[in-house]
Design a protein around this ligand. Structure first.
Ligand SMILES: [Zn+2]
Ligand SMILES: [Zn+2]
Length: 131
């Protein structure tokens, strides 16, 4: 890990940095593929045999609650997670199911007196690799 102390970062967000939580967050930072609970579990259980899917799920919920991880519900069948909490759009390819990040700037003048907590921009289609 370069530049970021995950343990300190979790503490700053009122999250007790248990070994499993550290590993789950580290996985999200190192794998910017918007993984599912299943993917994270399968990747980490090799290293942490005591890990359960419920722990992964609960940990991700906590991260989302504390706003250090984004929940992506672009696919109604599976929830994905993103450690990049900056505002960006997601494009999902119908063929390879890969989710791409793209830059957006959203200034919604119509909502200027509103309090906005989350901004989701979802596109779907076929990516340039699959075309
Ligand atoms: Zn594709
Ligand atoms: Zn993303």
């Amino acid at each position: 890990m370069k530049g970021i102390n995950i343990s300190e970062m979790l503490k700053e967000n009122d999250i007790k940095p248990s070994y499993q939580r550290l590993k789950i967050y580290e996985y999200l930072i190192n794998n910017r593929t918007h993984p599912t609970v299943d993917e994270i579990y399968k990747a980490l259980v090799v290293e942490i045999p005591t890990l359960s899917k419920t722990t992964v799920y609960n940990t991700l919920n906590l991260f989302v609650e504390k706003n250090i991880v984004l929940l992506i519900t672009i696919d109604e069948n599976e929830t994905r997670y993103d450690a990049d909490t900056s505002v960006h759009g997601h494009f999902r390819c119908r063929k390879c199911k890969k989710i791409y990040d793209f830059e957006i700037s959203v200034e919604c003048m119509d909502l200027k007196d509103f309090e906005v907590y989350t901004k989701n921009v979802y596109f779907d289609g076929i990516c340039n690799k699959c075309l």
